[in-house]
Design a protein around this ligand. Structure first.
Ligand code: SF4
Length: 317
């Protein structure tokens, strides 16, 4: 059985996305991005719920059918019903997966889809795009803070950037919780993430600051912290929130930079705000000044390097 490993980021994935021929029609849905890019940074744990319950391949296609308050999983003619098998497997399997730091699921699937899966009515009529695949529903219920994303949505650079920000942050959190956590360790964690949180949500940044300022029960605080932390990172940063964050960082250089250097950095931040240069430009200038004037508090900020540079995700902003 797999376990959490602080040195490896383990990510669950629908097997068909890795090119495994496990689909109902005997095919796969290989994702070039997952296979060629993500594998350089994470270790995949491949799961096909329909194969796991013994459906084999090729097999009849199944679909979600809403009947009163229940969601059934059946073939079109209703002769094969795998509702119970799929729910039992998904519930048990999802419980084992607490070592994962993220999950990429195959879109539209009645087992793996994250959202907008076709849901039919037992009474007939057109389906609605309102379902979630059975396995992914159990996964998200049991691990509500786990970053989960669909393969199709990773083509959108902003959504991809957000997924990787959450993935790497969640793994850092798991590393923190891997050992008994102390107040000091939680405060140090928050300190490193301050500006990343601020860039996503100034409101939750304040709430998280209040939470870490008054720690009585460390376990209860950690639970509350994780919920707000992941909620904050799920919010998309804007030019305004990035500008605000960059200006806070600029404040730390005041004593070190010459007037001309301060003006240059300030102008670069404003050019970013106006959409004239990408976020990478002020960030590169800040990193350059940090080499000249090391400021440990800023150097430690995850905001400057939230994920490996090779993913080229900073181009999203
Ligand atoms: S979408 Fe899920 S159930 Fe369907 S083939 Fe892929 S891994 Fe298997």
């Amino acid at each position: 059985m797999n376990k959490f490993n602080p040195n490896i980021i383990q990510v669950g994935i629908s097997s068909c996305l890795l090119g495994e021929k496990v689909r109902f029609d005997g095919g796969h849905k290989s994702s070039a991005f997952c296979i060629h890019e993500m594998t350089k940074h994470v270790e995949f744990v491949s799961i096909c719920p329909e194969m796991a319950i013994g459906m084999g391949t090729p097999r009849p296609a199944i679909r979600l059918v809403k009947q009163d308050q229940d969601i059934l999983v059946q073939t079109r003619d209703g002769r094969l019903d795998v509702t119970q098998d799929l729910n039992t497997f998904s519930h048990t399997k999802a419980r084992e997966l607490d070592y994962l730091s993220g999950y990429i699921v195959c879109q539209k699937s009645p087992s793996c889809g994250m959202e907008r899966v076709l849901e039919y009515s037992a009474k007939g009529g057109s389906p609605t795009k309102s379902g979630t695949g059975v396995f992914t529903r159990h996964l998200m219920q049991q691990h509500p803070h786990l970053p989960v994303e669909e393969d199709g949505r990773t083509h959108d650079l902003i959504l991809r950037e957000n997924f990787f920000t959450r993935l790497f942050a969640y793994h850092s959190w798991q590393c923190l919780r891997h050992e008994p956590v102390t107040k000091k360790a939680l405060i140090a964690f928050h300190s490193r993430y301050k500006y990343l949180i601020m860039s996503h949500s100034p409101v939750l940044y304040k709430k998280l600051g209040q939470l870490t300022a008054l720690i009585e029960d460390i376990d209860a605080t950690c639970d509350a912290y994780l919920a707000l932390f992941m909620e904050a990172l799920a919010q998309k940063p804007t030019k305004k929130t990035h500008t605000n964050t960059l200006q806070h960082i600029l404040g730390y250089f005041k004593k070190h930079l010459t007037k001309a250097q301060k003006e240059e950095l300030s102008e670069t931040i404003m050019k970013y705000r106006q959409g004239l240069v990408p976020l990478l430009v002020p960030l590169t200038l800040i990193k350059h000044y940090l080499l000249e004037f090391p400021i440990p508090y800023i150097e430690n900020q995850v905001y400057l390097n939230p994920y490996p540079e090779q993913l080229k995700l900073r181009y999203a902003y």
